[in-house]
Design a protein around this ligand. Structure first.
Ligand code: GLN
Length: 304
């Protein structure tokens, strides 16, 4: 395993010429583009890694999976799935087009509109939503020092127009009931969490362990909820590139425009890769290549 990770890290610079780092906010545009890290957290909680696996980066949309897991713990399935769908969108992560056609109900929880809806539910349900989201991720990763990057969160708020448009449209349909600015602030803070590959791989290890955290032995989700989460990650985790990712890698996954991707090999491990240069869908190019190499190197065919 360690040899494989070292080889993937050594091969990653081949992808460094391609793609661009996210530039919609200055805080992300300044990230050094030619970095690569990979970490594997096994179902027993042990970790192996290579490259820049302990460097923290902006987790961005990977936070959508943390948020959904928290919502699945806190709210009934009826309440959640009445207000957000479970179908792949086939559209860009921040697309607004389906919202109007589908009466303000987002296609799935892993596009921006869907994550804003999940955040809306958490804001209604929790006493201190932002702090609770941070506590949840600290607990999942067993890393008490995980924190928001306030510069990123502020920068997102300064460039909020697109996400605000999504949220206000959902409010117009009566599907967002809280103050939109409060929902946006909680969503941007979740996206701004700074974590390393090691910390992110640890935070989703429960999805490779029947829903049980290997760090405290407690169930985060039930086995059925874990299967449901992994199904959604497989079909919707990489937006309109989910089909291609399933074709190439064949694992449930979630990407973020910070250049991170997490992937789950059920019952065995969670993998996190990071490399900031993105393709046109907003997914890490070197990260996806490395995951293809990992699946090939391990010779695993979960869908085969
Ligand atoms: N903060 C980003 C946004 O809301 C997250 C998008 C992403 O990582 N795909 O647009």
């Amino acid at each position: 395993m360690q040899q494989l990770l070292d080889r993937l890290a050594a091969d990653a610079p081949r992808c460094f010429g391609e793609g661009k780092v996210a530039s919609y906010i200055p805080a992300l545009a300044e990230v050094e583009p030619d970095r690569f890290g990979i970490a594997v957290c096994h179902a027993d909680g042990s970790v192996q890694c290579a490259g820049d696996a302990t460097t923290r980066f902006s987790i961005q949309s990977i936070s959508k999976a943390h948020a959904l897991a928290l919502a699945m713990r806190e709210l009934s399935p009826e309440e959640i799935w009445r207000r957000v769908g479970r179908e792949p969108s086939g559209q860009a992560f921040n697309s607004i087009v389906q919202l109007e056609v589908e009466n303000g109900v987002p296609r799935n929880p892993f596009i921006n509109a869907g994550a804003l809806m999940v955040t809306e539910m958490l804001v209604s349900q929790l006493f201190m939503p932002q702090q609770t989201i941070r506590e949840h991720v600290r607990r999942l990763s067993a890393t008490p020092s995980v924190d928001f990057d306030e510069t990123v969160a502020r920068s997102e708020m300064d460039h909020k127009a697109h996400n605000a448009a999504l949220a206000y449209l959902m409010q117009a349909y009566g599907n967002i009931r809280n103050d939109v600015e409060v929902v946006l602030d909680a969503y941007f803070h979740s996206c701004s969490l700074a974590m390393s590959c090691v910390e992110l791989a640890r935070s989703f290890a429960f999805l490779a362990n029947h829903g049980v955290s290997p760090f405290d032995g407690q169930a985060v989700l039930s086995p059925v909820q874990t299967r449901q989460m992994n199904a959604l990650l497989l079909t919707c985790g990489l937006y309109d590139a989910a089909g291609d990712f399933a074709w190439r890698v064949g694992l449930p996954g979630k990407s973020g425009v910070g250049g991170g991707i997490i992937a789950i090999l059920p019952r065995r491990m969670c993998i996190c890769v990071w490399s900031p240069r993105l393709d046109s869908y907003g997914n890490s190019i070197a990260g996806r290549h490395a995951l293809e190499g990992l699946v090939e190197g391990l010779n695993v065919t979960p869908l085969g």
